[in-house]
Design a protein. Sequence first.
Length: 165
Amino acid sequence: MTSWRLPRRLAQLYAGLVLYGVSMALVLLAWIPLRERPGLGTLSNVVVVGLAVDAVLAVLPAPGGLPGRAAFAAAGILLNGVATAAYIGVRLGPGPRDGLMTGLVRRTGGPLGPIRTAIEVTVVLTGWLLGGTLGVVTVLYALSIGPLVHLLLPRFALTPPEAVG
């Protein structure tokens, strides 16, 4: 790290991270009327996802060309569906957006796939209306993650022993 304006850079870094935490807290506050509770999975989501992203980016080369990028995008969307179903299926607490999904499903009785799709489309449209870019993979993710999690969650959901017998 260079010393070029280091105090300002560090102040901005930590101010940004604090603001990021505040934005996540606002999402978690939306859980209150849904009676969703954070848990070990919620905290682990914050820590483990960041560490995993950094580790993979350090060793995995960027794909070259459109076919490679398309394969990475498809694999990423599919793997995200599996990952979401796997970590939510253990019932130790969802991440912020997943908590909105599970809370809305539980409170409304609505189907998981369309509820998750509505959340994702709302996020994507909000970002676009605020001046963000809207790419093909972003749209594919927003439209496919709900159906994927809907399909995969029953395969990963662990049933508590007291519910079995």
